[in-house]
Ligand binder design. Structure first.
Ligand code: KIV
Ligand code: ZN
Length: 556
């Protein structure tokens, strides 16, 4: 990267701040959230949303709990204007929701903005102009006084137009390019605007600090926020807001640091949509709070649905590693992680208290995700813990430890050879094929049992290679032992039974049982499993499956 000398850090570090917020290690309450999806987010889309899509998105935001929503830049286009009118004329804005509209600090644009919001109950008129040295020099060809005058004139026009209106209109000012502006000048411009508006504790003004382009590490942004908190006029009448973008990938961290440093409000978007690398992702911010025991005041209990709605309306995909929402963010493929998660989840069944399951920062169920589908996922990295977890939780199969181990080797082989993940249903089928369904050599039906100093058994055995059916009898100390003796004689293999475990498969009167057992002969063991309404028939089936497996293995 030979051109690195072309660049230099371009932010302004305020002098003499106390960094008092550094001592704080956590946020203890949610900020005021303002969604700018319908403005900043929308203006970043290849195909901006039409009125119908924006209306749907607005409904979604209201459902999620947003009470301040920037609905557009009404003077920017017909669609933007029409959308604002539609929300107002069709009564789609709940009484407790404030709609925010963006305007440049130019007279005719402000005029059109006020036309757009006529009849709305609660409105924030948000005015901005760019004040950084780079913009002053290259774009406006003016000095500090000129850009300050633009802000002040805009503020005056807004105050004039708002006077006497029956809507509840509040004001917001954003010094655009704030992070690349000298802090004392940013404070000077904001204070000049506040001097025009003279906000009160009853009717506060919002001063919104945009990292229009993110230029620094989060703690530098926080120092800039701290500076503004300490230098703004009308401190009790100002809501200090941040509006981070994500150019350095630190939007969430910058927002959190900005909140620690004294901001009380955040503007951002769902999943971080927005210009270039996006605005700050409010889903992540909110769920970060949630995961530390703070009520975020927004509802993401059905995050997969929200993500699907978002993608449908914006056309923007959600990357698989997106915090909380991405397809893979709870997925554990590796055996040791799966094992720890499976144990942690089991532990939680009998223990309350603060969520601390290994590898899961939040309970996936709380945001609408499933353990079986989203967390324990099976591929060639997986081990017995994960395999056992899926079979137990999705299919009620509680495998003996040695069988889990044996089956996880089968799973690993299939997944490794195919270079792919095995979904739960496929793994279940593989289990049935491997341990329940092998009748390659023989199948057996039980005909009769009679107690006689133990048990006499009579069975019909079909040789599946020749089709020959034989009626066979034998004796043992119980049904399974009697059938085992018949099969020892039939196969000529002096096997022994071990690893026997059995459990009910379904609750209630129609319960089925499953038996797992292994047969061992000449140091070689094979597992089988059998399901039946009758528990001893389940065992007989398991025995037949295990023996067929042994014969298959011997044949190679
Ligand atoms: O990023 C930005 O600076 C903005 C302003 C209009 C607030 O979106
Ligand atoms: Zn922005």
């Amino acid at each position: 990267m030979k051109n690195y000398r072309k660049y230099a850090a371009q932010y302004f570090l305020p002098e003499g701040e106390t960094l008092d917020w550094v001592q704080r290690d956590a946020l203890t309450e949610a900020p005021v959230w303002c969604s700018v999806d319908l403005r900043d987010g929308n203006q970043a889309l290849v195909e901006p949303m039409d009125v119908t899509a924006k209306t749907e998105f607005f409904r979604l935001l209201v459902e999620l709990g947003f009470r301040e929503i920037e609905i557009g830049f009404p003077a920017a286009s017909g669609t933007e204007f029409d959308f604002v009118r539609k929300l107002i004329e069709e009564g789609l804005i709940p009484d407790d929701v404030t709609v925010q509209v963006l305007t440049q600090a130019r007279e005719h644009i402000i005029g059109r903005t006020f036309e757009a919001v006529r009849g709305a109950k609660n409105v924030i008129v948000h005015v901005y102009n760019s004040i950084s040295p780079a913009q002053r020099e290259q774009v406006f060809h003016g000095g500090r006084e000129e850009v300050k005058a633009i802000a002040v004139d805009g503020a005056k026009r807004i105050a004039e137009l708002a006077a006497g209106r029956k809507e509840n209109i509040r004001f917001e000012y954003s010094p655009e390019s704030f992070t690349a502006t000298e802090p004392e000048f940013a404070a000077e411009v904001c204070n000049a605007v506040l001097e025009v508006w003279r906000p009160t504790a009853e009717k506060k003004a919002v001063i919104n600090l945009p990292a229009t382009v993110e230029t620094s590490m989060p703690h530098v942004f926080a120092r800039q926020v701290e500076y503004m908190r300490k230098h703004l006029a009308f401190p009790d009448a100002v809501v200090l807001s941040v509006h981070p973008h994500n150019d350095r990938g630190c939007g969430v961290a910058a927002s959190e640091a900005g909140l620690l440093a004294g901001a009380r409000r955040v503007e951002g978007t769902l999943f971080g949509n927005g210009e270039r690398t996006g605005n700050v992702d409010l889903v992540t911010l909110a769920l970060n709070l949630y995961s530390q025991g703070v009520d975020p005041g927004l509802n993401f209990e059905n995050l997969p649905y929200i993500a699907a709605r978002y993608t449908f309306l914006t056309g923007m995909p959600i990357p698989p590693r997106q915090p909380y929402a991405g397809e893979l963010v709870f997925a554990a493929f590796s055996g040791s992680h799966q094992d720890a998660i499976a144990k942690g989840l089991r532990w939680r069944r009998t223990h309350d208290g603060v969520w601390n399951v290994p590898y899961l920062p939040v309970d996936p169920h709380d945001i609408g995700r499933e353990y079986e589908r989203d967390v324990i996922r099976i591929n060639s990295q997986s081990g017995k813990g994960g395999v056992g977890y899926i079979l137990e939780n999705a299919y009620s199969l509680k495998l003996p430890a040695r069988l889990k181990e044996a089956f996880s080797r089968v799973v690993k082989k299939v997944s490794d050879e195919g270079h792919r993940e095995l979904p739960p249903a496929e793994m279940y089928e593989l289990f049935l094929d491997t341990y329940l369904r092998n009748e390659k050599y023989f199948s057996l039906s039980e005909v009769d049992y009679r107690m006689r100093e133990g048990m006499d058994a009579e069975v019909l055995l079909t040789d599946n290679r020749t089709g020959e059916i034989r009626r066979l009898t034998g004796h043992g100390n119980g049904r399974l032992d009697a059938v085992a003796n018949i099969l020892k004689a039939y196969t000529g293999i002096p096997f022994s039974l071990n690893g026997y475990e059995q459990h009910a498969l379904t609750e209630g009167t129609s319960a089925k049982a499953i038996t797992y057992l292994s047969v061992t002969a000449d140091g070689e063991s094979c597992w089988g499993a059998g399901v039946h309404d009758d528990s001893s028939s389940a065992s007989v089936r398991a025995l037949c499956a295990a023996l067929n497996n042994l014969l298959s293995r011997r044949e190679g």
